[in-house]
Design a protein around this ligand. Structure first.
Ligand code: NAD
Length: 295
């Protein structure tokens, strides 16, 4: 089994590192927050006193951090301290430009690298059922596969450096737009006297069918496991959706792509977030849509 360093033990990284321990790997972990380090220790990981110390003997290094600036700062410290030819994987959701910069830094020091953002949220992180969207050279992806497979159930090699991040922001832009669309349909159905269940039964088996409706239905009842049945407790918090939509808009602006609905979705989620709902599940956007009635 491999020696793995894991840096960033938050809501996602903590359970992901625990799954690598469960798979029999020797995991050496680091986070700035003491409580996260304590949890990783309780999960069976070894704890290092810094990011640099964690990577010394690692064959593979995994980072799971908030944003591009954290990834570049951590990678610029740890990459020079890694064993020659080791592999570094970033699973955070970050901008494509920072991801490419991180790959270039790894290449400069002779390390293989993969950007591998995830879909599946904290539930998927705990259950090891994440989807990984990967970018990097074929050889690096092949080396990352056995490690990622212990934390997820689906891996897609999307292309060269940064392609995983590109796929992630495009996917989440679809999700945000479709969740607002589903919310609008239920809000209109309510005004028309249509029951939630009737609309669900029709749309989930008709051309309106989508993941936001069938797996994550934003009204309580039709899909008992969706956050709507649990006071819109995340799940996937609206603040994180704003983050991903902003990454998508930055990418659209820098490439000149037209994303009118992506832009509008960003504005809608930003307004929801600004009203104090950043910690509410993103499917709670239906409440914001209802509140727009008559305005
Ligand atoms: P989080 O804030 O819970 O965890 C981030 C961790 O990184 C924190 O524990 C923090 O202390 C640590 N950290 C920050 N700087 C550090 C440094 N220099 N050295 C060591 N540790 C450092 O965030 P999260 O929910 O675990 O998300 C992590 C990434 O995954 C984000 O990029 C997020 O967008 C993405 N993501 C999150 C979800 C989700 O549902 N939470 C889903 C998909 C993707």
């Amino acid at each position: 089994m491999a020696n793995i360093a894991f840096i960033g033990l938050g809501n996602m990284g903590g359970p992901m590192a625990a799954n690598l321990v469960k798979a029999g790997h020797k995991v050496t972990a680091f986070d700035l927050v003491a409580a996260s380090r304590d949890q990783a220790k309780a999960d069976g990981a070894g704890i290092a006193e810094s990011g640099v110390a964690s990577v010394k003997d690692a064959d593979t290094v995994v980072t799971m951090l908030p944003a591009g600036k954290h990834v570049l700062s951590v990678w610029s410290e740890v990459v020079p301290a890694m064993k020659k030819g080791a592999l570094i994987i970033d699973c955070s959701t970050i901008d494509v430009a920072s991801a490419k910069e991180a790959h270039a830094l790894a290449a400069k020091h002779g390390m293989a690298s993969v950007d591998a953002p995830v879909s599946g949220g904290t539930v998927g992180a705990k259950a090891a059922t994440l989807t990984f969207m990967c970018g990097g050279e074929d050889k690096a992806f092949a080396a990352a596969k056995p490690v990622l497979e212990k934390m997820g159930k689906k891996l897609v090699h999307c292309g060269a450096a940064g392609a995983g991040q590109a796929a992630k922001i495009c996917n989440n832009m679809i999700l945000a737009i479709s969740m607002i669309g589903v919310g609008e349909a239920f809000a209109l159905g309510e005004k028309l006297g249509l029951s939630h269940q009737a609309l669900f039964d029709v749309a989930s088996t008709s051309s309106g069918q989508c993941w936001a409706l069938t797996t994550y239905c934003p009204v309580p009842g039709p899909v008992p496991t969706s956050p709507a049945n649990n006071g819109y407790k995340p799940g996937f918090a609206s603040a994180l959706m704003v983050k991903d939509l902003t990454l998508a808009q930055d990418a659209a602006n820098s490439t000149g792509a037209a994303t009118p609905l992506g832009k509008h979705a960003q504005e809608i989620y930003k307004a929801f977030d600004a009203a104090g709902n950043g910690g509410v599940d993103f499917s709670g956007i239906i409440q914001h849509v209802r509140a727009l009635a008559g305005k």
